[in-house]
Design a protein around this ligand. Structure first.
Ligand SMILES: [Zn+2]
Length: 564
């Protein structure tokens, strides 16, 4: 039997029509399923997240045992939602059907799918990990360095390292501060094994690669970026490091070859020693750091009075000793924890934390809950770092503190050199953290004490103390509690430079980028709000960066600002 061409065409059109109908109904079916899922998901996750965030905030500012217990329990319950095998199977089915076309739904599906994927582990294993983390966290929080029987806070230890010129005193303080490492190392290592085991259950090589992939970062691209930065910063760092050694050795009355890790004015050499004549602390010693923070944000059109009222900003017994920002409900209840002192470091930290806070506060509340967070953790770090760095920007000191022009001229060069040193020092330290974690999760059975010091020698160019074989890596709280996250700080730095150039050139129409402090320029806040805060997690991080700056993430501006 033969069909005419027109008959074939009719059959073909009918076939296409049925196929389309089928696709539409498949699409409708999946969209319906996902919309229903989202409704139930939000009903569970939103109230529980809020309760958990509140409990964790309360625990950290009081150090109270029962609050820590409560926080742990709530985190476990929240985490448990994402462990559901049934929900995950549904999400996987919807995702693999490739039928969700609405961009807002599609983006939520991707984010929620990855959140579930990361928790598709044995319930007992998750429980064990959270329990151990909470226990270790508490031990860090209550640890006080003991020197000659007397306890010291981290703030006090940093003060000794910065102010003493007696090598014996410095060595003693530095070594005593590392005791926390011995205290927790064994348990941190157990956590590493548990995390790896959990990652392998899900088919990942190890926990480190899993974390990157779950946060939409390609491990090879990150490795490439870090190697590029290593090349970019190596010579500039070697040069400033030589200057650091020369100045500090003179200060301590030793030869440069005698410089030891305790001579760098910081427990980890993660911050720059003060080698330039400008002493930024002098500008802040009689200032109200909280009020300055409030005024600055007001001036750039991002008021924070409500957030300051909810925050906990000063030292207390038993309280968490670091700083953080938490978005309690994605509805504007954003809080900061600090231990403010009138000095440069806390000015920087306050501007930093409230940088995170405005990102959260000015989210788009017409967006679904899931898309109201930042595009990526490192994009919120970028905003925090950009604003934090203002504390050492001479033009910020002029605009905010009224430092007069003649004094400004005197300090400008040193301020710039300090910021450059700070950035290079941090960049090399972040390399240590990134490479240590990557290597530790790839092979946790290796000699980690040795690995740590090999990396410190390579990237920070500091010699290990003779015959030192201690778990100094475990003295860094981030290794234990914020695993495979530190690289985001360096990426944040790179992006901060990119944002700085974009705002200075495209928003303020200024060519002399490094002279901009944004003070009393509400158009800066408008730009941040419209291009970065409001879009939230609506698109992937690189797409957001491209839309805000005209380019994907690039180290070009970082190099222009600090290396060239
Ligand atoms: Zn931060």
């Amino acid at each position: 039997m033969k069909y005419s061409k027109s008959q074939l065409l009719v059959v073909w059109l009918l076939f296409c029509f049925l196929l389309t109908l089928n696709c539409i109904s498949e699409q409708e079916k999946m969209t319906g399923k996902f919309t229903q899922f989202l409704k139930e998901y939000e009903n569970k996750v939103i109230p529980l997240s809020k309760e958990s965030n509140l409990a964790s905030f309360e625990a950290s500012i009081t150090g109270n045992d029962s609050l820590y217990k409560k926080s742990e329990q709530l985190q476990f319950e929240l985490s448990k939602i994402f462990t559901s095998k049934q929900d995950f199977a549904l999400l996987k089915e919807i995702r693999e059907s490739n039928t969700i076309t609405d961009p807002i739904l599609k983006r939520q599906l991707e984010i929620i799918y990855l959140a579930y994927l990361g928790k598709q582990l044995d319930e007992q294993k998750i429980k064990k990990i959270i329990e151990m983390q909470t226990d270790v966290e508490k031990r860090y929080n209550v640890f006080r360095t003991v020197i000659d029987g007397k306890p010291y806070t981290d703030n006090q230890i940093e003060e000794i390292l910065q102010s003493s010129t007696d090598s014996k005193v410095l060595e003693k303080a530095w070594k005593a501060s590392k005791e926390v490492g011995k205290n927790v190392a064994e348990d941190v290592l157990k956590l590493v094994f548990l995390r790896n085991e959990a990652a392998r259950d899900l088919g990942f090589d190890n926990f480190h690669t899993m974390q990157l992939q779950l946060s939409e970062q390609d491990p090879q691209e990150i490795e490439k970026l870090f190697d590029e930065l290593d090349n970019l910063t190596h010579d500039a760092f070697a040069q400033v490091k030589e200057e650091v050694d020369r100045v500090l050795a003179k200060r301590y009355g030793i030869i440069t070859e005698g410089m030891q890790p305790w001579h760098y004015q910081n427990r980890f050499f993660q911050e720059a020693p003060k080698i330039y004549s400008v002493n930024l602390d002098q500008f802040y010693k009689d200032k109200d750091i909280v009020a300055l923070t409030q005024q600055y944000f007001e001036g750039i059109g991002l008021p924070i009075d409500d957030l300051i009222a909810r925050s906990d900003l000063f030292e207390k017994e038993g309280k968490y000793q670091h700083a953080y920002c938490t978005d309690i409900d994605r509805e504007g209840d954003v809080r900061v924890v600090c231990n403010v002192k009138p000095n440069y470091q806390w000015m920087n930290t306050m501007l930093h934390e409230y940088g995170h806070a405005v990102y959260d506060k000015f989210n788009d509340r017409t967006m679904p809950y899931t898309l109201r967070g930042p595009a990526h953790t490192f994009t919120t770090e970028a905003i925090a770092m950009l604003l934090g760095s203002m504390a050492s920007n001479p033009y910020w000191l002029r605009d905010m503190l009224g430092v007069p022009p003649d004094q400004l001229e005197k300090i400008a060069q040193d301020c710039f050199k300090s910021l450059r040193l700070e950035t290079l020092v941090f960049s090399r330290w972040a390399q240590v953290m990134y490479h240590f974690e990557k290597s530790m999760y790839t092979n946790p059975e290796q000699d980690l004490n040795k690995l740590w010091w090999d990396l410190v020698e390579k990237y920070q160019m500091i010699k290990r103390p003779a015959e030192r074989d201690e778990p100094d890596w475990a003295a860094k709280i981030h290794v234990a509690l914020y695993p495979a996250y530190y690289h985001n700080y360096l990426m944040g730095n790179i992006l901060a430079s990119q944002f700085y150039y974009t705002i200075s050139r495209q928003v303020l129409r200024q060519e002399n980028v490094t002279e901009q402090s944004f003070t009393n320029h509400p158009e800066v806040g408008k730009f941040l709000d419209e291009k970065i805060f409001k879009p939230g997690a609506r698109s992937g991080w690189n797409e957001m960066i491209e839309q805000a700056t005209g380019e994907k993430l690039t180290a070009k501006y970082y190099a222009m600002q600090y290396v060239e």
